[in-house]
Design a protein around this ligand. Sequence first.
Ligand code: ZN
Length: 414
Amino acid sequence: MLVNNKNIVNNKNIVNNKNIVNNKNIRKESICPVCKSSNTDVFLEIPDVPVHCNLLWETSDDALNAPRSDIILVLCEDCEHIFNCAFDPRLMEYTQQYENSLHFSQIFQGYAKELADRLIETYNLHGKSIIEIGCGKGDFLKLLCKTGKNRGVGFDSSYENVGETPCPDPEITFIKDFYSQRYLNYRADFICCRQVLEHIESPVDFLTDIRKMIGDNHTIVFFEVPNVDYTLKDLGIWDLIYEHRSFFSKRSLAYLFASCGFSIFALNDSYNGQFLFIEAIACTSQSCRKTDYESNMKLLLDQFVRKFHTKIRTWKKEIKTVEKSGQKIVLWGAGSKGVTFLNMIGAKKQIEYVIDINPRKQGKYIPGTGQKICSPEFLREYQPDKIIIMNAIYKNEIQQIMNGLGVSAQLIFV
Ligand SMILES: [Zn+2]
């Protein structure tokens, strides 16, 4: 699979794509991907970030030369959607090397199990047909099918093993492809799609296709996306990644689903506020219920932009202080937050290693800054003075692992 990654980098198109991003015309193309309004405003630019946070590299040099582009964040004044107007889908080549599974964390597994149980209970998902769009390695679909004895079809262009090794469970089929109009003939009682919508260039086209596929069926849809309110309120600047075309709020998510022909049952946050989920059913224009959500987006954005640069400056200073004191510091979490943090702070020299419990990431390198990713066991020998933790939700889990290894570094939460 590394060969595929190499091809992406060596491909001359990448260089051309870079020119597209640098072209100032891009600013004029800031039509809202949710409501199509041109009443939009650029509020933050983050130049030269790696385009893939979860595409891992085999050598430090390859990682340092990972493709880069800009994030230019725009607010739609009409539906209050936030999006990256410099996003170019041609730069987004997902391969099997793309590793964003959070399933190695006990906390995340617990969350997924609880969610599957709740959905099965709420929508009586027993002996039903389920489609998951963007199923990744299929962990969640397997959970839904196994627990409720359902049949499942999972779509993912980066799915492993399809066509080579038959899936051991005859009730689950994986299709190694993007979900598209080609698959309109697939019917389901329940469609789920987690952490996908924010990556899609035109969420309206995508959802319209799903609405067509549903037709007159009483299919329930469940979508989950990162919650931009959480990013703004908690100053989660490390969640601003190039891979995300869209940053949904309750308001823009509700607008999108209503405008594509869905009535909303539930729209709320989950995972300590970090995600938003929506549960809806297809409706006709006569039967559609419209729901609007209160928002203080403008105020949140003003505060966010003011604090953004201060936070970057503070962290740069902090890392320099640690360097001067001669202390060893590592970062825990080679996910998108960790990659973004390292790239925005530029701590190539001061932080040499990144720890991750996901064995698929270990031995690989961080895009843009080139740190090696190691297993927690590495800390036993390295004995750092400080560990930067990217997501406080994993605090107890990490502390337990450290206690088990006899590592007593100071934990710092970003
Ligand atoms: Zn809009």
